[in-house]
Design a protein around this ligand. Sequence first.
Ligand SMILES: Cc1cc2nc3c(=O)[nH]c(=O)nc-3n(C[C@H](O)[C@H](O)[C@H](O)COP(=O)(O)O)c2cc1C
Length: 307
Amino acid sequence: MSSFKDLRIVDNFYQTSAFFPMPTVSISTLAEDGSTTIGSYSLCFPYYIAGKARYAMLLECRNSSNTAQNILRTGKCALNFLEDDPRTFKEIVRLGFPGEGAKEKMKDNHWRLEKGLAEGERPLVVSDAFQVFECTWDDRLENAYEDRARIGQLEGVEPPYRDFNGITSKFGCHFILNIDKILMKEKYYDAIVNGVRSRDFPKVPVDYGYRDSTNFWYTRFSKARPEPIPAGKEADLQSVVYAANRLDSEIKFTEEACAQLVRVPRVFLKLVLNGCLDWARQNGVTLITAEHMKIINDKRNKEKRGK
Ligand SMILES: Cc1cc2nc3c(=O)[nH]c(=O)nc-3n(C[C@H](O)[C@H](O)[C@H](O)COP(=O)(O)O)c2cc1C
């Protein structure tokens, strides 16, 4: 006999049939008069994360929302991530109440807004956000640009629907959003580039969605705690030395260099070693030492900084 009960899956299952932890994102878009308007969204996740020429997020939203209509029309939005504070979450819930036009909802908004860093005509970003992704809708996927012709159908859109980009159901919309810029507040920028400690994490709330037809439920941030990789999972040094020194007939690694790689999961080891070899070839190095590994790591950190 199972220790579980079989729960019926209904519309909006992530909040009606489950406890699903989600981020909270305040999305700014451009209203028709060129002003910035903000809507609250939780169904917003990384979509293309590596191995593509671009990075992208996925947003799932109601197709009649201001946000969806503005993205369909202008293709631009900014995903603003705010820290956990009950007053901020109160405002997030207010900005998440359906049915108000952009002017109406923004007249009471007291968040400071400023220009972002990406080029072109864009919505403003929230000054108090700890990070912002400035994005452009990838309307080429699934020929979703054709859905521009369906802007303004606010009572439900008739079929046909797309599978994953553009208008995907009578009331639904999915947007694949290419990330043009990631804006980061200095404190968190430094933490990402120099290495994080527990106190360097932004205080991010976890949203559990709209429940009991009355409330949005969320948990406050407590403390980030590190969990070391499982004991015994470190690769044996000699096996790393062996793997490292058979990849290239000319370029070799010292044991001290290999010692820095014992924590790399085995499935990624070859990729990491090849990265080191590429660096060695570019720099005319034939014996990679611990010092070189440090330079390679610093180079990675510089790349993170976009320099
Ligand atoms: C915390 C929170 C998260 C939300 N997440 C979503 C979501 O992921 N998708 C969605 O369609 N609506 C979501 N909503 C509801 C929208 O915010 C609501 O439809 C609102 O009208 C959108 O604003 P807009 O019309 O200005 O875009 C959420 C609301 C709150 C308060």
